[in-house]
Design a protein around this ligand. Sequence first.
Ligand SMILES: Nc1ncnc2c1ncn2[C@@H]1O[C@H](COP(=O)(O)OP(=O)(O)OP(=O)(O)O)[C@@H](O)[C@H]1O
Ligand SMILES: [Mg+2]
Length: 1023
Amino acid sequence: MTRVTRKTVTVLFCDWVGSTALGEVLDAESVRGVQDAFAAEASGAVERHGGAVEKFIGDAMMAVFGVPLAHEDDALRAVRAAVELRDAVAALNVRLERQYGVRLAVRTGVSSGEAVAGDPTTGQALITGDVVNSAQWLEEAAGAGEILIGEITYRLVRDAVVVESVEEPASARRLLGVLTEAPAFVRRLDAPLVDRERELGPLRASFERVRGAGPGHFVTVFGTAGVGKSRLVNELLVQAAEHATVLEGRCLPYGEGITFFPLRSVVRQAAAIDAETPPEAARSRIAELVADDPSAATVADHLAATVGFSDAPVSTEETFWAVRRLLESLARQRPLVLSFDDLQWAEETFLDLVEYLGEQTREVPFLLVCMARPELLDERPTWGGEDPSTAWLRLEPLSPADSEELIDNLLAEGEVAEDAKRALAEAAEGNPLYLEEILGMLVDDGTLRQEDGRWRIGDLLSVRVPPTIEALIAARLDRLPPEERSVVDTAAVMGKWFRGRGLAELTGDPALPARLDALTRKELIRLEPRSWGEPAYEFRHILIQDVAYRSLPKGRRADVHERFALWVTETYGARVREVEEIVGYHLEQAYRTRAELGRDDLRLAVRAASVLASAGRRALNRGDAPAATNLLQRSVALPGADAHARLGRMLDLARALRERGDLGGAENVLEEAKAAAAELEDRRLEARMSVERCYLRFFTDPRAWTEEALRTADGAIETLEEFGDDVGLADAWILVALYEYARCRIAEMERALDPALRHARRAGDPRQISTLRNAMTRAALVGPTPVERAIARCVEIASEQPQDRSLEAVTLGVRALLEAMRGQFEEARLLYGRSHSILDELGQYRLLAAMRTYAGTAELLAADWLAAERELRASADALGEIGDQANLSTTTAYLADALERLGRDDEAFELTLVSEETASEQDAASQVLWRLARASLHAKRGQLAEAQALALDADRLAAETDALNLQGDAALRLGEVLLASALRDEAAAAMQRAVERYEAKGNLVSAAAARRALASSFPGARA
Ligand SMILES: Nc1ncnc2c1ncn2[C@@H]1O[C@H](COP(=O)(O)OP(=O)(O)OP(=O)(O)O)[C@@H](O)[C@H]1O
Ligand SMILES: [Mg+2]
């Protein structure tokens, strides 16, 4: 199997300047000699740092770091190689000058980026990708002797290099030098340590035991890269330093003679040797350290040789022995703590030394602390042995709360918005290094920025994996055996969670269980704790999945997506509807990935669109408008679908958008769809579109709506009857019902609901039936049905479609208002609270706003003006934002009432203007209510003529409806205004009428209020 992968690599391009000039002064044979010398230096530098020379082209060389295996520090390796080559050429020049009287000057470009790596066994080019061009381009832009590095390379090595900016290209930097031994990017120690008490406790206890002259102790801290091993141990070392000698060594990932490198720094620290100390002095200082040892001189000789102060031959056994004697000497003088970091990179011999020291130095106060990534266990499954005085500590990710605390600490200057914090903590999944790097990247690219002293986050979806983290993970994945790697890659296409059965099918790997065990042990995946039945796995970190996914060549990625979709479809058989979202997603990705390769597989696009549409429609039917919008939008965005089918989907999409409260978006979709339908001369769809558009217009432009609605509905009904389109007919009749509802002619409305229900039943469309039930509930609320019966009706309606949560929410909201009418305010609050939380959860913001208007009205009945204001204002704000003018005009009129009660008359007056301006002529409730609110305000100011005129108008308008409460409200208010005008008889009659209307409705609260008004003004009156 050829293995082509996509990965981030670093490319080094270098060339000499003026080689033609060289040809003019030198014989061809000598030029050849120079070329060879340069080539030898160049490939030597590259290979010493683990890179691969791709090719020499004339005087130029191209080398790649990261193939066949990626390392986390590939970019740093490339940069080091470039500097080494530049220095080597300087040395070479001395010789050339002497021999030929010429000098070379080298220009270098280094660039990192994504590339496709070929299979090295087939003799293909190592890599293909833009990064090659950009490295060459940087090389050409560099001056003689200069090294230019690109943007991503810089990000990857920023803390290890000295650079300056250049004019052109602006994203590049001129490399001045590399710090020796520096890691590519510095870990931050500035933020306070978060938590880790649970791990620090045992470490401290070990130290205390050792210090109290207990036996020596050997601890290894295991954990994945960046989880905080070094930081944790550093905390211990700082505290221990007060009472003990503390020495530290760390292993390097590569290099010549690195076996005892960690030991070298330990000896240097212990004996206070620095770069200036002459070798002989170094040896004698070591001898002084072990002065109490009878074999002091031999120990010092061996150690000096081991760490490079003499060339005397020394065997491994002698080294081990000498190190042990040194440590024992030191520990006898003062308790000793020795730490070795990054043991996963240690050479075999060094690991042997560490284990030997752990076992052999038990008699003295000596604590040995090692740190390693879990990879160490691949090399040494029995690391640390079984000895009781050795211990293991496994460092797990930080908890979400701790991650959030760390975010606060890292972004110290300024508060962090809660949602930003949560999103960041989630992205990093408890790995502090990931968190630091993600934060750094987001701040750099402006996704995370401060506004008025608060950190806010932009679009997290566009966040990439920081290159530093990508390099870490890619290096881990590259080290997997090919079979395990193939499992990881395939699983990454399936998702963050995956099940063994699907994976077995896709990989065809008979040894899959063993591979999954190995990957679990290597901490790349874990068993999903909540899984039941067949075990499910998840990637330990979303970034691991992401890096693995992107490493897979697009061609194969698309194949796996498609095969997985097929497999799921077959496995689920008749139950495939349950997993349509998943199938649709994979088909869509298969199509899109292939399209990126220039292969437009329309057959796939068509299938994907149809499955997504079906999933979208189902989401719409269960009232999940946000999901429906997402799915339908993706469906119509795919090419190739049958034009008629696509139009039907656009209609569904418009509905989903309307239900979400995106009325503008819905209108745009309909506009486009309607034009397309006209072009197709599809009269049926056109009729359905115009009904939907008219429905939408009711909310967005109620003033222009009126008669047009009826005309549209009538026309559509005619056309649709021709086609026998029950769904369309039901919609058209719903439009008629809505029209009558707006006019508050509930009997007429109910007459239109009959044929609507008949057609909807015949079409078997649950969404329509739900809409109709919703309408019936409203009819029961507004119309002449008495409260008790209306409540029973709500309960009954909800029970007819128990799984329909948005219908449930509407019935609860309506019941709340009905309960308030009979004085059950606590019950009302309970009911509307439940209603709101359901709608909020469903993302049905338009319905939520409508229900809050009911809640506000219920609070008006309860005479809790502040609560009424709260609900009505929230509703009005939402309606305004959504663009639902129809409901807004009613809500603002009620809100004006609430504010008038609170004595905020000016605000109230303003609101009556808003209501008047937005209300449709046909909208009886709004027309009555704004007049009533304004009449009260006028009356308060003593403008009685105006007040009377408005109240009379309102009363007349209300009389044309069969909305009993509305009639009661109008009559009561008219009574109050007339009373103020000293028209006592008329006033009494109007109030009397109000009592009757309210009582007919069963609105006990308003009836009592009207009766009180009557009794206080007309003590003798009977009501
Ligand atoms: N508990 C913590 N509180 C605050 N910062 C932490 C904590 N743990 C780790 N960090 C920070 O996270 C970064 C990564 O931690 P550290 O370098 O210790 O990881 P590591 O496990 O040693 O990784 P590697 O395997 O790459 O060496 C560091 O900048 C460190 O300061
Ligand atoms: Mg570390």
